[in-house]
Write a protein that binds this ligand. Structure first.
Ligand code: MBD
Ligand code: FE
Length: 286
């Protein structure tokens, strides 16, 4: 009995990993692309050959091979493949995907996006608990096209961690849509979102990604960040994140997802609590 209560009340790698894996599977089954044999041949062959090269170059032993094998099995059992891939691989996928974009910078999506968040008009307060901790943040801006025209009715999806670094639906005890919302900009593309500043995010230390980080002597942290998906009809959706100037780990993100264009410098609100910042989004045409 005590065990059950403890398990449910504590954020674990296995629980957040299982949720992230399930979330990804749901999305992938809806729009899985067809595989091209030639492409799979090329990519799989080069990946396998790269592994062979590493084994030869570093004289990898049977003992090390067996550690790798059990670690790979464990990543799956912990449900941490989404976490592993998004932390150590996705930033290069995003770099390649956005090479030819002229509008606002994007960055990785990460494992914790959930579609279908509650909708709000252009002046919005994100769902949060009555006693939600963290400095209030007023995040506002305008969405325009690369040609400068305002994008009326653009949508801004936003999701972020709370003041303890936890995401709703991936950690226990949080309201389902806490700090998640889908905001529709006004007829000038303007939006105003009231929320709280998130805390830095620590990769779970009790799972296989945490084991790797500890074994390699790395740190397990991402800087505090807001996640966003910004879109408008006839334009390319951008998935991005925004960080906080001077914040811990901004210069040293475990997921390598910080870009200079994505760093906010909020200023104290003159006649109230917390900080405010303006950030505009420019979308490329579709
Ligand atoms: C996160 O919150 C995140 O944004 C990424 C990319 C990886 C792990 C946790
Ligand atoms: Fe995140």
């Amino acid at each position: 009995m005590t065990d059950i209560i403890t398990t449910q009340a504590t954020a674990t790698a296995a629980a957040s990993g299982a949720a992230a894996t399930e979330r990804f599977r749901t999305r992938q089954s809806e729009d899985a692309p067809a595989a091209d044999t030639k492409r799979v041949d090329t990519l799989a062959t080069e990946l396998i050959t790269a592994v062979h090269d590493i084994v030869r170059r570093h004289q990898v032993t049977y003992a090390e091979y067996d550690v790798l094998k059990s670690w790979l099995i464990q990543v799956g059992e912990d449900g941490e493949w989404p976490l592993f891939l998004d932390v150590w691989v996705e930033h290069v996928i995003e770099e390649v995907a956005s090479e030819n974009r002229a509008g606002s910078k994007g960055t990785i999506e990460g494992p914790y996006y959930v579609p279908g968040a509650p909708r709000f008009p252009a002046d919005a307060t994100l769902p949060m608990r009555d006693d939600e901790e963290g400095a209030p943040l007023l995040f506002q801006g305008q969405v325009t096209s690369v040609d400068g025209s305002p994008l009326a009715g653009a949508t801004i999806e936003i999701w972020h961690a709370d003041n303890d670094g936890y995401y709703a639906q991936f950690a226990p005890g949080l309201p389902e849509w806490n700090l998640r919302g889908h905001v529709t900009a006004d007829d000038q593309g303007n939006f105003k979102i009231r929320t709280i500043e998130p805390a830095p995010y620590q990769i779970p230390t009790d799972g296989s990604c945490g084991n790797l980080i500890a074994a390699a002597g790395w740190h397990a942290w991402r800087p505090a960040h807001l996640h966003l998906k910004v879109s408008a009809p006839g334009h390319q959706l951008i998935t991005t994140q925004l960080y906080f100037q001077g914040g811990q780990y901004v210069e040293d993100d475990i997921a390598s997802a910080v870009k200079p264009e994505l760093i906010l410098a909020p200023a104290p609100v003159a006649d109230g609590d917390g900080n405010q910042v303006t950030y505009d989004f420019v979308l490329d045409k579709a």
